[in-house]
Design a protein around this ligand. Structure first.
Ligand SMILES: *Cc1c(COP(=O)(O)O)cnc(C)c1O
Length: 389
């Protein structure tokens, strides 16, 4: 049986997969089972932060796998401890909890915010305000946090206590903050799945100020924006705000499953022994991979991310079929005249892998994509966009 036949027979049909089976990757290039070569402008979905099979990353992971792959969280392990130090130093946050995915990181954020509300504001201060068009994950609680009705059919009842307001609408946020007994405001600074929409800086700063006045926590979901993606280590650093809780995942371990929730001085002691946990969370192999990736996301790489993001925006300016370009750094949304799904398929035929978000083309290339490959990839993508409009 072919891979496609096996998949179709034995795997639940939750994904609309493209008809390609990738077998190998090196940096920002991928090869399928027919030996066809592609330029990767998606990094999975912002996961392979330093591309496919980065040598230092692969060695760090292989060495740790050959040494000790897992021991429960009832014991100390070095990679996890070192990783937490790196994350705190690069973020200014105080402590880290490790899980395995974005949804799990957000579950931790939600639990912590609720506990903080109980401890500091009263039993019933548990409402979490999120934004319309947001995406926070696929578990029941993170689906409830997700402000898109399409995700809310079929799976109810959902946990209570989530209120959604339109992004960049300060009056709506003010009203929600006054009318509810709030534990937290939770938001992505660039809504990824929602179409790569960056929030207004002034709006975000004002929301943080209003929330702080009533001791309502600021939770920033950096699952997609984090780990260098936007040209800062974490996107909130671009917004000049000081969140109380930050969740992250996708790119942090360079391709291995890992998520984390970070806390500041306000929230670092909210979760105490026995209140939260994860069997696999922070496992040594993923942690060794994450140390290898995050320790190399330095000022020079971040400057490079911003420069390449600029290049993408420049080269798309006035291009045929391009209406608007959104996002920050190497997190790019392209509003197109044609159908985004058709463009994605055409680009893939022509040897470039891209993503979509709503009706936009979405680009999340490896942070270290070589300039020559980015230029080659963008030239092809522009042709695909022009052909499809
Ligand atoms: C992908 C994503 C999630 C969910 O992450 P999983 O690892 O798939 O659970 C949550 N929030 C944001 C902003 C994301 O982009």
């Amino acid at each position: 049986m072919t891979t496609k036949e096996l998949d179709s027979q034995y795997i639940v049909h939750t994904y609309g997969r493209a008809d390609v089976c990738f077998v190998e990757g090196k940096g920002s290039e991928l090869w399928d089972e027919d030996g066809k070569r592609y330029i990767d402008l998606g990094s999975g979905i912002a996961v392979n932060a330093l591309g496919a099979c980065d040598e230092l990353w692969a060695k760090a992971v292989a060495d740790q796998a050959a040494k000790l792959q897992h021991i429960s969280n009832l014991y100390y392990t070095r990679p996890m401890a070192e990783l937490a130090k790196i994350m705190c130093e690069k973020s200014g946050m105080k402590k880290v909890f490790f899980g395995n995915s974005g949804a799990e990181a957000n579950e931790c954020a939600i639990k912590t915010a609720r506990k903080y509300g109980h401890d500091h504001k009263g039993e019933d201060c548990n409402t979490i305000i999120t934004l319309q068009n947001s995406f926070h994950g696929r578990t029941i609680a993170t689906l409830a946090a997700t402000g898109q009705d399409v995700f809310h059919t079929n799976f109810g009842p959902f946990p209570e206590g989530f209120v959604y307001v339109p992004a960049n609408d300060l009056e709506a946020m003010k009203k929600a903050l006054t009318e509810n007994k709030c534990a937290a405001v939770m938001m992505e600074l660039v809504q990824g799945e929602g179409g790569v929409n960056a929030l207004d800086r002034a709006y975000v700063q004002e929301v943080c100020k209003l929330a702080r006045e009533q001791d309502t926590l600021i939770v920033i979901d950096e699952v997609q924006t984090g780990n260098g993606r936007t040209g800062a280590m974490y996107a909130y650093q671009l917004y000049g705000i000081e969140p109380d809780i930050v969740s992250t995942a996708k790119g942090m371990a360079g391709g291995l499953p890992m998520g984390a929730c970070m806390f500041n001085e306000r929230t670092e002691n909210t979760l105490t022994a026995g209140l939260h946990g994860s069997t696999f969370g922070g496992n040594p192999v993923s942690a060794a991979g994450a140390v290898s990736i995050l320790s190399r996301i330095d000022d020079a790489l971040l400057a490079d991310v911003r420069k390449k993001g600029e290049y993408i925006r420049e080269t798309l300016k006035g291009a045929k079929g391009v209406k608007e370009v959104s996002g920050l750094g190497l997190m790019v949304g392209i509003a197109v005249e044609g159908d985004a799904k058709a463009i994605l398929a055409r680009a893939r035929e022509m040897g470039v892998v891209v993503l979509t978000a709503k009706d936009r083309i979405r680009l999340l290339p490896p942070l270290n994509i070589p300039m020559e490959l980015l230029i080659e990839g963008m030239d092809i993508l522009k042709k695909a966009i022009a052909e499809c409009c």
